[in-house]
Write a protein of this length. Structure first.
Length: 340
């Protein structure tokens, strides 16, 4: 067995890279459905997964002279798997996992393989990415060194012909020996309530659903939804809304409310309030908030918000009341961010 320093390994990787077709990568996976997903744990739903194992280049820590530690280039038996995360509009994101089978007995870092998809005889290059601050960024690149276990790479491709929802074959290429480490088939995406419950019903609430929603048939009324993170409270988010409507006399009337949340809720229930007595331009401050009722919000997809409302009993004359359900369309979104 030969031993190499890191500069030598980089040279070997660049020489071996010619064995894998080049490609252009892009984030054509909707990141909205991945926000809040724990990349390091398997989903609780019974979603199917596909995979195989094979030999893959790896680096071992090696104690040379004195206290310095070098690296030993070798190979390990790695396990690979692909599973899907349901997104809106009938689409799904592909998540790729890689693990060192012997990671509990001796330490080593894997050298990330090349990934290709074969569909209808056509080969497309895949790139592994991860979600950072709401954006998909390249992390698992061909020939880079990764930890012995990682469960959250998102597979993407810019090949316009490749359809991640259809069946395809995955080819895993060993980055040092210009050979295939493993191949395995991935079945077509055919969601059912049992296998992919996330594909049915409202979408998990996250910041990409923020924006303005309204009914195009009834312009002049709408709701502004803000979704963000609570400062100083990691993992705690908030949704705040302002519903711009009219009172019983046709004068402008606002209802506002909000709540904090954590995780991936699909439905938010909030108390709401209204103000009165103010004047334009701050000529007179508004009176204290008065309770109006409840407002529930959920998102069927990136383009549709469903609002359910119910006023409390005993509101003053002229204040709109009642209950109902509205399904409004998106008018605006967040600049620079895509949804589904």
């Amino acid at each position: 067995m030969k031993y190499y320093t890191l500069p030598c390994i980089s040279l070997l990787l660049s020489m071996a890279a010619g064995g894998v077709p080049a490609g252009i990568y892009g984030p054509n996976v909707p990141a909205a459905c991945l926000v809040g997903v724990d990349e390091y744990s398997q989903p609780s739903s019974p979603a199917p997964s596909w995979g195989a194992g094979g030999q893959l280049a790896a680096l071992y820590p090696y104690a040379s002279s004195g206290s310095s530690v070098s690296t030993q280039l070798g190979e390990r038996t790695a396990g690979y798997s692909v599973r899907r995360i349901a997104c809106g509009n009938g689409a799904a994101a592909l998540l790729f996992s890689i693990s060192d089978i012997a990671r509990y007995t001796s330490p080593a870092n894997l050298i990330f393989p090349g990934l290709r998809a074969v569909q209808d005889g056509r080969t497309s290059v895949l790139q592994a990415k991860t979600l950072v601050h709401g954006d998909l960024v390249p992390v698992g690149e061909y020939g880079t060194i990764v930890a012995p276990f990682f469960n959250g790479f998102v597979l993407t491709s810019e090949d316009p012909v490749f359809d991640a929802n259809r069946a395809f074959q995955v080819i895993v290429d060993d980055p040092l020996r210009a050979r295939q480490s493993a191949t395995f088939a991935v079945a077509a995406y055919q969601p059912t309530p049992e296998t992919y419950p996330d594909a049915f019903g409202p979408r998990p609430v996250n910041g990409r659903y923020a924006g303005n929603f309204f009914d195009p048939a009834k312009p002049g009324e709408g709701i502004v939804v803000e979704i963000g993170d609570v400062t100083g409270r990691p993992g705690i988010h908030f949704l705040q809304f302002a519903w711009h409507s009219f009172d019983n006399d046709g004068a402008p009337f606002w209802i506002s409310g909000g709540t904090s949340f954590e995780g991936r809720p699909r439905h938010l229930h909030m108390t709401s309030a209204y103000r009165s007595g103010g004047r334009f331009g701050g000529a007179r401050a508004a009176d204290a908030q008065s309770p109006w009722g409840t407002v529930d919000i959920e998102f069927n997809d990136c383009h549709t918000a469903v609002i359910e409302y119910a006023a409390i009993d005993g509101l003053p004359p002229g204040i709109p009341a009642g209950f109902g359900r509205l399904q409004w369309q998106r008018l605006t979104g967040i600049s620079g961010y895509e949804c589904d």
